[in-house]
Design a binder for this molecule. Sequence first.
Ligand code: DC
Length: 768
Amino acid sequence: MNWQIAIDGPAGSGKSTIAQAVAKELGFEHIDTGAMYRAVTLKALKLKINLENEEEFHFLETTKIDFESQKIYLDDQDVSKAIRSLEVTNHVSLVSKYGYVRKKMVTLQQFFVANKNVIMDGRDIGTVVLPQANLKIYLNANVEERAKRRMKERLEQHQETGDLETTIKEIIDRDYKDSTRLISPLKKADDAIEIDSSNLSVECVVKKIISLVFERGYKMEKELKNENVELQEQTKEQKEELVEEQVTPEEEVITEVVTEEKVETPEVVAEEKVEDEEETLESEDSEASETTEVEETSEEETAKAVKYKELQIVSGTVVEVIPEQPENKAGSKVIKAKEERVLITLEDGQEGFLFKRDTAGIKEDEDLIDLFCEGDKVEVAIKKIFPDGGKFIFSTILLNKRKELEKFGAELKRDTVFTAKVLKQIQVGLLMKYEDFSCLLPTSQAAVAEDELATLVGKEISVAPIRVDYGRIRIIVSQILADRINARADKKTFMETLEVGQIYDGVVKNIERYGAFVEISKNVEGLLHISEIDHSRVFKVEKVLNVGDSVKVKVIKLEKEHIGLSRKALIPNYWEEYINGKAVGELTTGKVLEINNSGVVMALTPEISGFLPKSEFSWDRDVKLEDSVKVDEELEVKIIEIDATKKRIILSKKQLVVNPWQSLSVKAGDVVDAKVTKALPEGFIVTIDGVEGYLPKSTIRSIDPNSVEIDQEIKAKIRVLDPEKNKLVLSMRDAEERIERETFKSTMDLQDKMSNTFGDYLKQSKKK
Ligand code: DC
């Protein structure tokens, strides 16, 4: 089971320093989650997004944050120093309050701890990130002490410190923000142990935590783990695996010998017994006394041998070069043939043999006697310790390998990548060979899925060393790390040649509200801002581009790592071309693209569209667009507005004809001739000089309203006429009454005329 330690606490309580020291002491991995929030803040500042707008943090979808050798990498760049700037510190509390940012970070933090012993520090580790942690510490210190520590830290980093009072204020402000934010505020977990470090040294706090770790059972697990790495205490299967890992295919030296010994162990032991026998045979001792002797020394020697480990390098003295002994018979017993070998004693008197096959640099026709003399001081590696102790098999081949490995380890540089050949798959990963070194690629470090590992056997693959395992004389490598280093190197090379004005065929990797991230080379992405997608206004990126789309882009901005791209720079500016040749008031034709509630969208050219609002379609306010026009229909229109900033053209159709309402020569009260054009349930639509009006049935008196026919000419009086509102209401009754009145009046006038005297008549005609 893996171990997790959570350390939470306010700013300046010493979490990171303590966590780092504990991690070092226990061999745990340290994850500084504050550094992650700082990295996010750094990127947000670099991208110049609006920090107040949580939505703009979606750049995290394509952001990489990683730890390696106590350094934090942001998109493969070491930002360990940059994240400690005052600017980042001043903004990180704001950034870390956003739910979206926290969710992203917590997921990543939980991913980091998988299959590892970790110590993680932050604000919400015991409460949110690792609620199941084996040990939770809440580290605290008084404000003044914490402010002093912050100032010291800044001084060490050659940053401005400010005075104590300001720093205290800053700390109080940060405490407040961190503990009052809505999501995952700084809080002591119920099961956390609080340590006040105000008056404690770092060492003291570290010791305290380590003793708590051991108290909680880690010590036992650690010992078990140690046992695992000690070859002589491994189980048979583990041993086999280890032997497999040692394969050096061309010579197969180690495997051959160790496997041989493994298989032959009983025999070798028997052989040793025979040696003992030889000695005893000489004195013709009984088997019983010999057995007792072996058992007695065995116990003693086992105790001594425990301090040695296989593959350990030791110094000794050549006691004797024992010549090859042919098989012979001693009484009834057959004494097996024995190879030539060198007997070596270690400083504590324990002995072992070095055989020719384990001797480095010995030629085919040379014997050990040609290389070794009694009394020579030699350095050898222990190749084998027999379980009952007391005897070793030494090797100078392994010694040399180990020394070469030490040289390799000492010269190893950061970001080293080499090509190694995959030899075989074993339980824990792949065995590989690089030059003369044996390498292990653990499954977790392969860039392919576990069930695809076998496909790599026989291939040469790029790997990066992550650790040199001197104990097992091999290099632990990672394909994932190599890919990352290669990608970083490729990116660096690419960036060195990148220039404003270059054109790339890119692929859309991610879409944000404000634009699209386009990959222009492997792992190199630039931002295609929404305003750079097209010459005409783009309201939604998704309307033009989708993830996975190929897109031709031009580099228009280069600011450190930030690459600004443009798509529109590579497409003709149809808008400019169109607008240059057109003016407001001009007539043009277009094709109907879309009809909606507010008007008609028209294609003026294949690339340029214009909008014909419903109010500009017809002088008839109640016009029904769907009945009046069809998609694809050609219309003649007038340009009535060109909005260069919004790239919008507004059109009118009604302005091509005169407004019949304005040219009407009648007025309210007039009796007019109208033509019935449409029957409605409660009245009729009638027209006068091309203008439509309404004649309610209730105003028809002299005839039966149901007898009125379409196209019938009627006389009606204008009751209401409002050209602005396109309103015309008529009445037949009013017209009839008026006609009646006028007829009556003229009849009366005529009668009057008839009753006048001739003199009256003359008077009147004189007045006229
Ligand atoms: O520990 P630090 O000062 O580097 O943390 C930087 C900021 O990140 C701090 O203001 C609180 C925030 N943070 C957080 O909200 N949650 C964490 N787990 C770690 C840090």
